[in-house]
Design a binder for this molecule. Structure first.
Ligand code: SF4
Ligand code: F3S
Length: 106
């Protein structure tokens, strides 16, 4: 499965959503997640993310392993998103800022 990680937080570009053939992205106020049971591992979303926030489960950057569980947990709570929309207004400013876990709104 693929996992959305730290750099998506407060950016939410949503380019990833547009290419997913099974619509397995779920949307919170300032972060997106992938439902691990629905992802078919096609890898199409990974290169689409301008923030490079998507990784295969076994390639999640060191220190960001928590995001594997977080994607599974929040995908059960948040509504599905199947179409791209504008990024958050200050996405550019937050792109690349480390340790954004603390900012995730639920
Ligand atoms: Fe969707 Fe494919 Fe990305 Fe999984 S790897 S979330 S199926 S685009
Ligand atoms: Fe997030 Fe990247 Fe998608 S910033 S919303 S994972 S395109």
């Amino acid at each position: 499965t693929f996992v959305v990680t730290d750099n998506c937080v407060r950016c939410k570009y949503t380019d990833c959503v547009e290419v997913c053939p099974v619509d397995c992205f779920y949307e919170g106020p300032n972060f997106l997640v992938i439902h691990p049971d629905e992802c078919i591992d096609c890898a199409l979303c990974e290169p689409e993310c301008p923030a490079n926030a998507i990784f295969s489960e076994d390639e999640v950057p060191k220190g960001q392993e928590i995001y594997i569980e977080l994607n599974a947990e929040l995908a059960e709570k948040w509504p599905n998103i199947s179409a791209m929309h504008d990024p958050l207004p200050d996405a550019k400013e937050w792109d690349g800022v480390p340790n954004k876990l603390q900012y995730i709104e639920r």
